[in-house]
Structure formats: structure tokens, C-alpha cells
Write a protein that binds this ligand. Sequence first.
Ligand code: FAD
Length: 440
Amino acid sequence: HTFATRNLASMPPSVAAAPAAFSRVAVIGAGAAGLVAARELRREGLRVVVFERDAAIGGTWVYTPATESDPLGLDPGRGIVQTSLYESLRTNLPRECMGFLDYPFSSRRAPDGGDTRRFPGHREVLRYLQDFARDFDLYGLIRFHREVETVERDRDGRWQVDSRSVDEAGGDGGDESEAFDGVVVCNGHFTEPRIAEIPGIDAWPGKQLHSHNYRVPEPFTDQVVLIIGSAASAVDISRDIVRYAKEVHISNRSLPDEPPRKQPGHDNMWLHSMIASTHSDGTVVFQDGSSVQVDVIIHCTGYNYHFPFLKTNGIITVDDNCVGPLYKHVFPPSHAPSLAFIGIPWKVAPFLMFELQSKWVAGVLSRRISLPTKEEMLEDFEYHDWLAKQCELPPVAEWRNLMYEAAGKNRVARPESYRDEWDDDHLISQAEEDFRKFSY
Ligand code: FAD
């Protein structure tokens, strides 16, 4: 697991002035994290308001062909499109270990006409989240078309949440300001592009975009495309585009400076080391000494954390793309437990982690769970099991960890076909056995 937070395992619990009881809690965002947070907070008897700037639930999983006005996503004044999905996207985790603990994302859920594949397309994930919101009656908690602009602590220790209506159809919204005892931040972190620094790029005449604004391959027909990156988006998008493009070149900064390698199974796709320089005649030179005349560069280089609404006077910062300080990647000690973040770590099984973090936050806010002592915090638990223990749940079933690992290994071993070929059928049987406990 990779955790992009400055984790303060040794930090004592916060003693900031906080209300004695947390009765009203604001959740920012109605993606997978915000939905499960809302469910858990309400289960603990708290009154929940979810602010969602979009017209629908689902966040990342609400695909749209629309892209942002600045294809690189650098213009701070651009209209934001939340999703970074491309049309062809299928999940990169097997559905059994992608879903919430007690609401299996099993293929049984996909009725006739649904997508029963083990690595389904993105529409199936949105359907799953819509079912989840419906079955747990969450829609009534959500204020759609409301963008949170400011979250600031007032003198009483409560959080002032200012939001504005972003209903393009012209609802009666306007600006609102409301006080809450707690705020749970679930605004997602796959929307604010991070781009590669490339020597000479200002004079380079080609087109550039970030994968956030990639949707379909057809516009790249007969083009020479350079993809920067080595993670899931780079692997997927290169395979999507190679069917249309004249050539696809992938630059991976962790590769040694060896001559470019042709990708197995493709006549027009090569893997290169890092870019050394770009030039005004359209040439891109790699550190291995090779050079290519390129039409388009696609930055598949990840995302930055971004909390433009948070006014905490520098107590929580995003430094070198690490959010912190956060205790167990969730609570900023100086504001704990009234401010919490769900979903900060990446390279995790997202829904499982959202659910466990949400249970913990809800239990702490309802005063059922105490924040641990310094000694306990220093104990070395596996992160998911540590969260589960706080919520008095059993450790996470072993098949989930094994399947997550097996899927990662399979993705590396079979980049072309990992969604259709695997060796962990025995783990699927264990998952299905486990799912029998749930009646949904
Ligand atoms: P989001 O889904 O981004 O939701 C955040 C919500 O907050 C949005 O609805 C947004 O409108 C709202 N919001 C933001 N700011 C404000 C504001 N100021 N005021 C009000 N509302 C606001 N995960 C998997 O498990 N399996 C996969 O296969 C997988 N594939 C992925 C592929 C891609 C290309 C990407 C980008 C991500 C993928 N993920 C995958 C990770 C995915 O992001 C998570 O699964 C999950 O959907 C993130 O949920 P979230 O609620 O944290 O954020």
C-alpha cells in the first residue's frame, strides 16, 4: 500500500476545543466515499447533510464525454469536470474485492442486461453505487448542485460551511452558510491534474493533454502519440489509442536508459525511458538517445490533492502532494475529531478503505469509539485491520488481501488480458462463500 499522507502515528489525540456532542455533520461530496460516510454517520445516529456540486451521485463513476476547456487542466478558472473516466474503462480491480464489505459487488447484482464481467465497465460501478444509495435511502440526505466554497472553524469550535448553488438550470439556491459540529471531507482526488515537467516544452509545437481529459481514441487516428506514465491509465489509454494511432510511444521514467522496446503483440507501440528534451521542430528526444517526431503528448501522470474550500490557517497542508498532518490518514490532530478526511491513501482497495474509515469516523463522532492513546497508536497494525478493530469488526477476510495482490501481479504479467484471464478462481469461491452472509 502507498499512503500519500504525512502519517502521525506518534501524535497524541487532539485536544482542540470541540463541541461536547457532534449532532450535525456535513459531508462534502457524494461519490463512493461520501455515500458510505453518510450511511455510517446516520447509522451512528448523527444528522447528516451531504453537499454535492453535481446533479447526481457517483463522482468519478459518472462518465461524461465532456472535457475541460484547458486540456492540461492547469487554468484555475476552468470549469471543472469531476470524472477522469474514458469511455472504454473497465475496473482494474476484480469486482469481488472492489465492493463494500456488507454490500457485495457480486455479479449476481447485475441483472439481465447488466455487465456481469469480473472486471466490469464503468457503467456497472455507477449502477452499483446508485443501488447502494437507494437501498440505504441516502438520496434524501444529499443537497445536489451545491458546491462547498469555504469550510472554516468559528469561535465556538463549530464549522461554518459556505456553499453556493451551481444549478445551471437556475434553481433558487443562492449562497448558504450553515454551522456543523463536524465535517467529513470526501471530495475525491482524481480531478486536479499533475503534469510532467518536460525540458523545452514551451517551444514544442504539438498538442498536449492530461489523461483527465481523455475520453475516446478516434481523435488520435493516424497520429504519433506519446504517453507519459506507467500506472493504470497509461497502460489502458495506450492500448485504447494504439488501434487508431499511427504510432504510440510510452515514456516511463523508471526505465533504464536502454534502447526503446517494441511492446509484445503490437507493431506500432514502443516503450522508452524518460524524456530528455523536446524541440521546436516537433522532435522528442529520450534519455536513451532515441528520438521521435510526435503529434500529441498525453500526460498520464496522476493527480494532486486539492481542498480549495478548506480554511485552516495552514494547519492542514498539501506539501509535495502529501496531505498532513493526519493521524492514521484520517484525522488532523489539531482538529480531531470534528474534521476528518475519507479516501486520502491511494493504491488501496478504495471502497473497502472508505467504508472502514467512515465507520471509524462515525464511531468517534458519536463518542462510541475513543481516539486511541499514544501507545496504542504506536502499535503496528495492518491499516485495514487496525480500522476494523477500532469499529469492533473482525479482521478483513484474507481472500480480500490475497485477491488484491493477485490482481496486481496479474495486471503486470498480462497487461493486455488481465481482465479476462486469471489464476485466482479459488479466491472467487471464497468470496462468494463470504457473500452468502448478506441478503442484498
Ligand atoms: P469522487 O468519486 O471523485 O467523488 C467526489 C465527489 O465530491 C464528486 O461527486 C464531486 O462532485 C464532489 N465534490 C468535489 N468538490 C466538491 C465541493 N467543493 N462541493 C461539493 N461537492 C464536491 N477505484 C476502484 O475501486 N476500482 C477501479 O477500477 C478504479 N478505476 C479508476 C479509474 C480511474 C481513471 C480513476 C480516476 C479512478 C479509479 N478508481 C478506481 C478510484 C476511484 O476514484 C474511487 O473508486 C472512487 O470512486 C473515489 O471516490 P471518492 O468519493 O473519493 O471521489
